[in-house]
Design a protein around this ligand. Structure first.
Ligand code: HEM
Length: 368
């Protein structure tokens, strides 16, 4: 199959650069139309962009969330951070994942929407007066989760810092200092979980609730804020009804896809859409592109809050589907509603100047 460089495309160079491109969607459309599944020789991985390719990959039993030869990244092995990593449902497949995912899903179900809204508003009330917009969207999701997860009130700031340090430590290419900070953070967060009477696996996945919420939640909040700031008429309709605000958050998630892609690794040789993929090869699944596939949503490029039957791959699908989707939507809707009702929204999210330089999360950066 041809490489993307054989046929030049407008816009971003590749599907990783697309994450932070001002408008990656025409590029995604061309990928879907011209090569919905191809090997990008520059990135060194397969890129799946059509709904058919992405959805087949997300449920394929031979496609795993980690390279089978390295279930825990080499740099983390033998460290506190690696011990936590090894127990995360997000990072495991097979028997371990199947055994523990139901418990993670159950843990999420214990919160009502009212619990989530209350935690999000409380966090917003605390953070809004003292943080600029970019720091606010970075802190709000973890501060909300920390409240739901019963982090001691006096430890909320440290909890937020530890989650950020843990997240930086597990990112590819973390340096020695970042790894040391991540180890200390992992130890402190595990202690919090143990103090609540949780098992080791439960305590590790309690950290994941906050770590998963960090970038994905910031991205969702950022895109919703942007949309509300850009469309006063739509914002007024959302102000008038919590259900309309929720519908707006859901549609913005589908349309903007704060988590633009996720990765999989072939544990054995397989075929995807009939295309052979060799054991050991990696795949980039472009969730943001799948959401804009006409085979998945009608008039997919239209942001339509009243859309009926809108569907998203933005929270993943299959065995690793996000268990936090409902919480994430409620958290962002409640936060936005509170800010607007309290007169804390206007002029805060005025101008988007770009996106944070991340390989899979598209998080708006706000400027003055
Ligand atoms: C309250 C906030 C959130 C929590 C607690 C949460 C939690 C989680 C957890 C524990 C997983 C791992 C599930 C597994 O591997 O079996 C996961 C997966 C995922 N989450 Fe979330 N999440 C949150 C917000 C979000 C948001 C806002 C998005 C995107 C808009 C998102 C997108 C995803 C995706 C795409 C996956 C699947 C990754 C994959 O299959 O490779 N999450 N989430």
């Amino acid at each position: 199959m041809s490489s993307p460089r054989d046929v030049p495309l407008d816009g971003p160079r590749d599907a990783v650069e697309a994450v932070t491109h001002p408008d990656p969607f025409p590029f995604y459309r061309r990928l879907r139309e011209e090569r919905p599944l191809f090997f990008d020789t520059h990135l060194g991985l397969w890129v799946a962009s059509s709904h058919a390719a992405v959805s087949e990959a997300l449920v394929h039993p031979a496609l795993r969330v980690r390279p089978p030869a390295e279930p825990v990244p080499r740099a983390l092995q033998g460290r506190a951070t690696g011990e936590v990593f090894a127990q995360l449902v997000r990072m495991t497949d097979g028997a371990f994942h199947a055994a523990h995912k139901p418990e993670v899903e159950q843990a999420v179900r214990r919160w009502t929407l009212a619990d989530v809204a209350c935690a999000a508003k409380d966090a917003a009330r605390d953070l809004r007066p003292r943080l600029p917009a970019n720091a606010f969207i970075a802190a709000l999701p973890v501060q909300t989760m920390a409240r739901l997860l019963a982090a001691p009130a006096g430890e909320r700031e440290s909890t937020c810092r530890w989650v950020a340090q843990f997240t930086q430590g597990i990112a590819a290419g973390a340096d020695a200092q970042a790894l040391e900070r991540a180890d200390a953070a992992a130890a402190a967060l595990m202690d919090q979980g143990r103090a609540l009477g949780l098992s080791e696996v439960q305590a590790a996945n309690r950290i994941a609730f906050m770590q998963q919420a960090l970038d994905a939640g910031s991205g969702l909040l950022g895109h919703v804020a942007l949309q509300l700031a850009q469309d006063p008429q739509q914002a007024a309709a959302a102000d008038a009804s919590p259900d309309t605000m929720r519908a707006l958050v859901r549609e913005v998630e589908r349309w903007a896809a704060p988590i633009q892609n996720t990765r999989r690794f072939a544990a054995e040789a397989l075929k995807l859409l009939g295309q052979p993929i060799a054991a050991g090869q990696a795949l980039l699944l472009v969730l943001a592109s799948a959401n804009r596939d006409e085979a998945f949503n009608t008039q997919p490029d239209r942001l339509d809050v009243h859309r009926e039957g809108g569907r998203t791959m933005g929270f993943g699908a299959g065995p690793h589907a996000c268990p936090g989707a409902v919480i994430a939507i409620e958290m962002v809707a409640a936060c936005a509603s509170w800010m607007r009702a309290a007169g804390q929204f206007d002029h805060y999210f005025e101008r988007c100047t770009g996106f944070r330089p991340l390989p899979n999360a598209r998080i708006p950066v706000f400027g003055q």
